[in-house]
Design a protein around this ligand. Structure first.
Ligand code: HEM
Length: 220
């Protein structure tokens, strides 16, 4: 693709990166505080004396912050072409971060469960499994130099990496529009029930439809 055709993608990804930056800093700060301080009085996510659950949930926030920050840079065709070594380096961090975020979240669900109960446990566990599978597959196909498959899995990982931010975007927009209709503190309202899957499943479906129309890297 000619360089001049890449700039709309570069601008869109830069905008996405900027929009997600607030959440990245929030997640990184929360994760760091949870790993270095006793947050018992401040958040239900902290388990007093429960080092494993704390390591899982706050560690997953740090890993999650890293992948949310790197994912828009990783899919940039302009950066990949100019700095292939950077693409490979960030790719390794994304794969490791995706696995840590996914496995950390899954471990926390197994140890403590989510605030929303079994339905939210299910949705978030599915999200974690998808994240781990996408990270492993993107890595495997990159190692095999199977670029077509690597691209498909890497794009799935990208969508999943941005989905946690989208979860908060959905809530922000919904609260602005309705004041929080159908949502409860314990995330058990009808809106919450839908969100448990709606922050990643529709985007993965859209990506699959897009991939059918653009099966090759140069086609889009
Ligand atoms: C993509 C990057 C991710 C980031 C940046 C991230 C960040 C966060 C943050 C900041 C929280 C604390 C709640 C809040 O303050 O909003 C949280 C909660 C949680 N996350 Fe993640 N997360 C990510 C991915 C994942 C994945 C892949 C899983 C998979 C299982 C997961 C499972 C959970 C669970 C179970 C909770 C606790 C829910 C509750 O009971 O309140 N997260 N995450």
């Amino acid at each position: 693709m000619a360089a001049r055709r890449l700039w709309p993608q570069s601008v869109a990804l830069a905008l996405l990166w900027l929009l997600a930056l607030g959440f990245v800093l929030y997640a990184a700060g929360f994760g760091w505080r949870g790993l270095t301080r006793d947050l018992s009085g401040q958040t239900y996510l902290y388990t007093h004396g429960g080092w494993a659950a704390n390591l899982a949930v706050f560690g997953h926030m740090l890993a999650g912050a890293a992948i949310t920050c790197l994912a828009p840079l990783q899919v940039s065709a302009a950066l990949r072409r100019r700095f292939p070594a950077l693409h490979r380096g960030m790719g390794r961090v994304l794969v490791a971060g995706g696995m840590l975020a996914g496995l950390g979240g899954l471990a926390y669900i197994a140890l403590r469960g989510t605030i929303g109960g079994p339905w939210m446990d299910f949705g978030f566990a599915l999200y974690g499994v998808c994240m781990v599978v996408a990270a492993v597959q993107a890595f495997r196909f990159a190692r095999r130099r199977d670029i077509a498959r690597h691209r498909r899995w890497a794009l799935r990982l990208f969508v999943l990496a941005m989905a946690s931010w989208l979860f908060r975007v959905h809530y922000g927009l919904w609260f602005l529009a309705t004041g929080g209709l159908g949502s409860t503190e314990g995330l058990t309202g009808p809106f919450d029930r839908v969100q448990v899957l709606a922050f990643f499943v529709p985007y993965l479906v859209l990506l699959e439809l897009w991939l059918r129309r653009h099966p090759e890297p140069g086609a889009a």
